[in-house]
Design a protein around this ligand. Sequence first.
Ligand code: FES
Length: 156
Amino acid sequence: MKTLQLEPIHRSLEVATNTRLLDTLLAEQCPVMMACGGQGICATCHVYVAKGMESLSPLSQREERTLALITGARENSRLSCQCRVMGEGVEIVLPEGLYVESFNDLESLIGRRSKVPILHPRDGRILIQKGKIITRSSIMQLQDVDFSFSESDLAD
Ligand code: FES
């Protein structure tokens, strides 16, 4: 077993060695998703590693390539579907934001004030700023946004 710290929710966990990080985050109902099915080609499982990068499995080429496209990615970014907890002392910081997977998801938010940024699932760009009231007209401006993933995304 290995210890894992989740921030900013201040949760400390024991996880089995070699656990895929994303599985733990989903089990803990953290605000991450698996929009691409865990294939390393989207932004929805993106996290920051505050401590213990060396205790995670190494980056793959695909993960590096995807991280290069993600808005808000930093040197300590990882895709949680692509890394396994191998050692002690890992501290994960969850990025702020809510991912949407389709235009329909956006429509369902009309009339609400966004408490967090609403993010694109592929590259993590902000579709709706935090604090904005989500109106039909603001949503309609996003109707041409492409939410799909294609075979070419998987080419290494
Ligand atoms: S679930 Fe898509 S990159 Fe991790």
